[in-house]
Design a protein around this ligand. Sequence first.
Ligand SMILES: [Zn+2]
Length: 247
Amino acid sequence: MQGRASPVKSVMHRLVAAPVLALPRGRCRVGSRRGVNGESPRASVAHGIVTCQNGDMEHGFPAGSPALDFAGTLRVRRGPNPREMLHSPESLSSWFRECGITDGDLACGPADLREAVELREAIYRLVVARIDGDAYEREALGLVNAAARRPAPVPQLTDAGRSVEATVRQALSHVARDAVAVLSGPEVPLLKECANPDCTQFYIDRSRGARREWCKMDPCGNKIKAAAYRARKRASAKATASTGSRP
Ligand SMILES: [Zn+2]
């Protein structure tokens, strides 16, 4: 019998029941065919061992929330060249698996990817509004709530471990429900954006004293620390030169 990997990061998620937000490395078996009702066929995902603990991950999960991690799959948003991590149906499938929402690859296609990106952008806009204290955009709110109303994946226990049958829409429902939970929950005051100005990742700061400044030490924390060090060196050199030039 195979041993189970250690618990899947902090992103191992709450499976919440159809909430609604109110105001105030993967390789994928792509090619997937959509069913007659427009849904992707159920993927038979395999099991037992959650694979996100290995070092072969395509995506990062620093946020402490699947919804915030999902919003972060478009990186460096304010830069001239944002970096898209959901660049293919395969990368979307990898994200679900590495996040732990599914145990294996999902069969997803281009239409699934478009729907996922649409949901991601809606989540991002809602998080921005929540942090800034602004009203939610109606369109984004409706989109996230519609996704959250759909059935979510249901984990099943088998002799081999956990098994999850899921469509892409079900996996997206899981993400949308997490967005609802995060944006309406007690950790709203802990929502932060990474202090690295080149990074636009949101996260929940659960550190002692809520003093976390960046999404990850490498590269963001190291970059900020290096910049601070250079600034101190420049200030010190300037002070020395100034003192030395006095008559
Ligand atoms: Zn960062």
